[in-house]
Design a protein around this ligand. Structure first.
Ligand SMILES: NC(=O)c1ccc[n+]([C@@H]2O[C@H](COP(=O)([O-])OP(=O)(O)OC[C@H]3O[C@@H](n4cnc5c(N)ncnc54)[C@H](OP(=O)(O)O)[C@@H]3O)[C@@H](O)[C@H]2O)c1
Length: 329
């Protein structure tokens, strides 16, 4: 790879781990900052990954991380924030202030080193400064801030906007599979909202394929899977794959909002929020006629049905459960 030294911000998360794996397979050296080293433990077996415990929101720490890097991938994102207009302070910090600070630090490093730097940024499908939710508005403003910083500079920016991402460690299909194990009836807000789920390994390949490809600079890419499903269909599929035939009931607007409000204050952190419900006011699907951009060289994309393979065992190591039982562990 031309870009050999990669700073992978947000690399300890679900999508970050897949991208780190793909980068390592292609021979890159990857630095992954994390606020708590324990969150990066799954990356430790990867031979060319260096985990650094630091806070990327600290501008001095961010500047130090940039030194000697060829490219930065920013994946930082959160699903919940305190409320505010047009979005709450947590969304502002993670989705707008941090991307802008990354771009500013990169421009300073590019000037110091006398060479351009590559930036891949993770946004979300439907990101829009005038979108229906705080999440989508903050993601839209984050994109706009980055485009502003990159214009006419030594920053070579590419933006990715996936629909919901699924994989063995996701917290979407796995959550519904787990809930189906507890609840006889699944009551859902936004049951008819539509999604076009994309496999985490396809997302990882899109990022890593784009890295060295000059054709992708200055562009935004929607990332979606081959099929559109309603939330109701996805929940039924997850439940069934986990071995539970469950009735899925769509909640009408006011009841859905009440449920989301209650789940916002669930012990152990919000399971769902009113803002998540607002995000579902707009379908999370690609525009009609969309196809993956040929320059990303993705080939056929995985469809959600492959998730049945791991949802049955609930998680990536579920297939080992039979061995564990046989060994009495
Ligand atoms: N998963 C999906 O279905 C989906 C769909 C569309 C778009 N996206 C976007 O894709 C990105 C990655 O998603 P994911 O599912 O992999 O998320 P994830 O598993 O929750 O991981 C989030 C990552 O962001 C870091 N992070 C979170 N808040 C931070 C903060 N305030 N300051 C610094 N670092 C922070 C975490 O680092 P620590 O190690 O420091 O905790 C972690 O590495 C996000 O931007 C998300 O919006 C995801």
């Amino acid at each position: 790879m031309k870009h050999q030294r990669i700073l992978l911000i947000g690399g300890t998360g679900f999508i970050g781990r897949a991208i780190a794996g793909e980068l390592v397979n292609r021979g890159a050296s990857v630095t992954v900052p994390t606020r708590r080293a324990v969150r990066g433990r799954e990356l430790l077996p990867l031979p060319t990954v260096r985990l650094v415990e630091t806070d990327v929101n600290d501008h001095a720490a961010l500047a130090r991380l940039m030194v000697g890097q060829d490219a930065v991938i920013n994946l930082v994102g959160i699903l919940h924030s305190r409320r505010g207009e047009p979005y709450g302070p947590d969304f502002a910090r993670a989705h707008v202030d941090l991307p802008r600070a990354i771009a500013v630090a990169m421009k300073a490093e590019a000037a110091r080193a006398g060479r351009p730097l590559r930036l891949l940024h993770m946004s979300a499908l439907g990101a829009d400064s005038a979108g229906p939710s705080m999440y989508l508005r903050s993601k839209g403003d984050g994109e706009a801030a980055l485009r502003g910083e990159a214009a006419g500079s030594a920053l070579a920016l590419t933006v990715f906007r996936p629909s919901v991402v699924f994989g063995p460690d996701d917290s979407f299909l796995n959550l519904f599979a787990r809930l189906a194990g507890i609840a006889p009836v699944l009551a859902l807000g936004g049951a008819e909202a539509r999604f076009q789920p994309v496999f985490v390994d396809d997302v990882a390949r899109a990022f890593v394929n784009a890295l060295d490809n000059a054709e992708t600079v200055g562009r935004s890419y929607e990332l979606c899977g081959p099929t559109v499903y309603s939330l109701r269909e996805l929940v039924k599929f997850a439940a069934q794959s986990a071995g539970h035939r469950r009735c899925v009931v769509g909640l009408p607007g006011p009841l859905a909002r009440l449920q989301a409000l209650a789940l916002e204050y669930a012990p152990g952190g919000p399971l769902m929020s009113r803002d998540n419900l607002d995000s579902m006011k707009a379908d999370n699907v690609a525009p009609a006629g969309w196809a993956p951009a040929p320059e990303l060289h993705l080939g056929p994309l995985a469809s959600v049905e492959i998730a049945a393979g791991w949802l049955g065992g609930l998680g990536r190591t579920g297939h080992l459960d039979a061995f564990r039982r046989a060994a009495g562990r």
